[in-house]
Design a binder for this molecule. Sequence first.
Ligand SMILES: Cc1ncc(COP(=O)(O)O)c(C=O)c1O
Length: 395
Amino acid sequence: MPNNRSQTDTSQIETKVVHGGVNIDSTFNSVTTPIYTSSTFAFEELGKHKGFDYTRSGNPTRKALENNLAALEDGVAASATATGMAAITAALFLLKAGDHLITSTDIYGGTYRLFSAIITKFGIEVTFLEDLNNLETLKKTIKSNTKMVWIETPSNPLLNIIDIESVASFTKSVNPEIIVAADNTFLSPYFQKPLNLGCDLVIHSTTKYLNGHSDVVGGVVISKTAELGAQVAYAVNGLGLSCSPFDAWLVLRGVKTLPQRMKAHEQNALKLAEFLESHPLVKKVFYTGLPSHPQFDLIKKQMLGFGGMLSFSLDLEKANINQFVSNLQYFSLAESLGGVESLIEQPWSMSHASMTEEARLKAGLNPSIVRVSVGIENADDLISDLNQSLKLCCC
Ligand SMILES: Cc1ncc(COP(=O)(O)O)c(C=O)c1O
């Protein structure tokens, strides 16, 4: 039973995650998507094959995932990659030497490293803006060679929000050729749809919420037009960035429960944020679901939910941060995010350590900030755990 739902599908996301891309296999009418591990596919005769010739270029299991994820983001094409950074790399290869990219200072450390220290070696110029929402500054920064604006919202780890619609429409009004790309890893398409807000590309580290079980490293680039999708697929194939069939299958399996997981992450995150906001050892909580977030109105307008990520600043004069993160029972001290299990980390020394100290300070980071990926465990258990560890770390 061939699947052709992705382009014309008007179903809701709970249905799309389950049905998108599946039923591609007509051999035995398998209900779930089979894993085609074959590296190569036989031609029927010269110039004629069944749609796939070599797994780096295309694979039925990966195709199923790509159809599913394109449908979730309301895009027309997707390329699934081996990592989130591979997805970002593929998007960057739409640029050439001499082009200019604009982004913000408060982005994932690995993206910052790629933008500041790697692609610059290939002649791409990058400007990091402290406030991408400021359209006056953006206007002054856009030049004739500006070819891409890169949005990461909510930002990692301080949960600052970029007004996607405003930045995308302003950029397009200056030059419609500029590609507007958004990293939607922190929210997933369940809580935010950048293509519907004016972006051309959406990027995910599927390692996080889309897979959701901390057992795959992967990525995806989803395009608004078939033309951009073909350019991204060309880069992915040419650079050899595509993901393995097994990893594609795991993400396809994980994504089926995305709505249920996202709701659970969000419910828990809100409870933890409220608890932390009232704790005397906590100086500030960064969470999109708290009315104290300075951009709460924009959040409610742009996002379909608040998500499961929060950060907070510990009062280091009264609390020992190392003791705090080490004495927790349910929160592993680990990088990454978006899995069913709760994780905690210090961005200063972990996820954002690849940024220079100056860049980290400029992005608003300091060693007191702790980032939490709130899992789907029982919220009361998580709060008791935080509470006992905060008591123990008091100095
Ligand atoms: C927002 C964001 N984008 C991209 C990435 C990179 O993804 P990966 O680690 O799968 O390469 C990460 C990783 O943490 C991330 O948090």
